[in-house]
Ligand binder design. Structure first.
Ligand code: GYE
Length: 332
């Protein structure tokens, strides 16, 4: 493994003291985990809960394998369990990796382990999800989506679509409780409705933990509790929960996309197919394919760079008239 000369945390003084010999001879190692002399990175991933996540893991692993600057990416699947993620990060610290990448399942509860990484002089880069603002000094940068902007895009479409439906009724399937995308997709969505002065009622909002199974189960509870008559919109924070809910709606005898309109976030192949089938009405894209960009950020940080605190990945939005043309372009 390549050794950093000093316990810098990427930016600032540690960066300035990084010695050239550490990278001069080493860059251009054989990569691919083949025992070369490049960097060793630990990556604590959230889990494998969605097509988005699987595509994201593949993007990061493929990018690391193809990158001559990286000798090894130690990959740990946290199975949506913060304790498992913390244990993985501690193990990376013990192995004295060159940098740690974390996709934190929830926003809170990271202070101790981030402090341990900082004390060990190992820079931490957040990928995808963020942590609470109080811990901002304990990581170098976050590369991922602007989840609030995603929520705002969904809110813009809802405000326009239901502009002339007085007091329209909403059901919300939220992502993992306490996760950055669940918090921010909700906040952005309702901020837009409130700013625009649209009259709505949030009939119910419960988590589906970003999975199809839990999305379906929560939708079944919504249907039992409230029925679907008079409800105009389901806002699902990801594709899987939306797809699970579609099943529950169909099993109850209603037509998803028609009897109740549906917004999903991610834009997987399956999500777009549901759009082409008329079961989804609006898709907010969330882009998981940032592996190469992540490798550049991580190497930059190891070598003492001080990137912006947040780098957003590019994403778009899609309405019904774009679903069919876009489906073949989807990568996950
Ligand atoms: O939208 C969802 C996944 O954190 C952006 O996590 C990610 C979200 C994504 O489970 O499908």
């Amino acid at each position: 493994m390549k050794r950093r000369s000093l316990a810098g945390i990427g930016a600032g003084a540690g960066a300035a003291l990084f010695t050239l010999s550490a990278c001069g001879e080493d860059s251009g190692g054989d990569g691919n985990g083949g025992g070369g002399d490049g960097y060793v990175i630990g990556f604590s991933q959230v889990g494998a809960e969605s097509a988005w996540r699987t595509a994201n893991s593949k993007s990061v692993q493929d990018a690391a394998a193809a990158d001559d600057r990286i000798t090894e990416l130690k990959f740990d699947d946290g199975q949506q369990d913060q304790e498992k993620q913390i244990a993985a990060v501690r193990s990376f610290i013990n192995q004295a990796v060159d940098a740690i990448v974390i996709a934190p399942v929830v926003e809170t509860g990271w202070t101790d382990v981030l402090t341990e990484a900082s004390d060990a002089g190992i820079p931490v880069v957040l990928a995808d999800r963020g942590v609470e603002a109080a811990d901002e000094d304990l990581y170098v940068t976050r590369l991922g989506s602007d989840f609030e902007a995603e929520g705002r895009s969904a809110g813009e479409w809802a405000a326009t679509t239901f502009a002339t439906t007085p007091d329209f009724k909403i059901l919300e399937l939220t992502g993992t409780t306490g996760s950055a995308p669940a918090n921010d997709r909700k906040a952005g969505f309702f901020a837009v409705l409130d700013e625009k002065g649209v009259a709505y009622t949030l009939v119910d909002s419960q988590t589906g933990n970003f999975t199809a199974e839990e999305g379906k189960a929560t939708m079944e509870t919504f249907i039992t509790t409230h029925g679907l008559d008079g409800i105009q919109l389901l806002y699902a924070h990801n594709d899987e929960m939306g797809l699970g809910a579609i099943q529950a709606i169909e099993e109850s005898g209603k037509a998803p996309g028609t009897d109740i309109q549906i917004i999903i976030v991610d834009g997987s192949k399956a999500g777009f197919q549901a759009g082409v089938d008329g079961k989804v009405n609006y898709i907010v894209e969330c882009n998981p394919a940032f592996g190469e960009q992540l490798m550049d950020v991580v190497v930059d940080v190891i070598e003492g760079g001080s990137p912006e605190k947040f780098t957003p990945v590019e994403e778009g939005v899609f309405g019904p008239d774009q679903f069919e043309a876009e489906l073949p372009n989807r990568q996950f």
